[in-house]
Design a protein around this ligand. Structure first.
Ligand SMILES: [Zn+2]
Length: 168
């Protein structure tokens, strides 16, 4: 029994909740149907025919390609960032804000960080220009690969759903 209605889940999809909260809610055990609902709501919203395996962010997903059955990281717009095990950021457009002027332009609330110690890296979809992530590392820090989700375990142990087929 799910404690969430389809409508409430659809509101999650709208982005009225931040991603971290959303993911924490979805990851709560013993309520697998919530994830299933969430996937269905997401799937209804996107325009591509590929099946969503795992959302990575408000506009970024791991999907099962409708054509090849391979799992890839994909944008809302259908742009493919490559195999789901690869770091999608390596295939994104990157904008680095490494001057005080560039930073305060979009992050005015911050106390003008010292650009010797911190820069902002923004990752954009090369096709539609959606920003998928921002990092605030030290300038020399390599591109951060957020996490490699254990999708098999997630499907089996947490949400109790059959794992979508995967080629390659
Ligand atoms: Zn895109």
């Amino acid at each position: 029994m799910s404690t969430y209605t389809n409508e409430q889940v659809a509101r999650l999809v709208d982005g009225s909740l931040d991603w971290e909260t959303t993911f924490r809610m979805l990851s709560m055990p013993k309520d697998g149907s919530r994830f299933e609902q969430y996937l269905a709501a997401l799937q209804a919203q996107v325009k591509f025919p590929d099946r969503i395996v795992l959302p990575l962010g408000p506009h970024l997903y791991i999907v099962q390609s409708a054509k090849t059955k391979q799992w890839v990281t994909q944008c809302d717009c259908g742009h493919v960032f490559g195999d789901y095990r690869e770091n999608w950021k390596m295939h994104a457009h990157v904008y680095v804000r490494d001057t005080e002027a560039a930073m305060t332009e979009v992050y005015p609330k911050l106390m003008a960080p010292d650009t010797k110690w911190q820069v902002y890296r923004e990752y954009y979809c090369p096709s539609c220009g959606t920003m998928h992530d921002v990092e605030a590392p030290t300038p020399w820090y390599p591109v951060i690969h957020d996490f490699e989700p254990d999708i098999e375990t997630f499907y089996k142990e947490w949400v109790h759903m059959p794992l979508p087929e995967r080629a390659g």
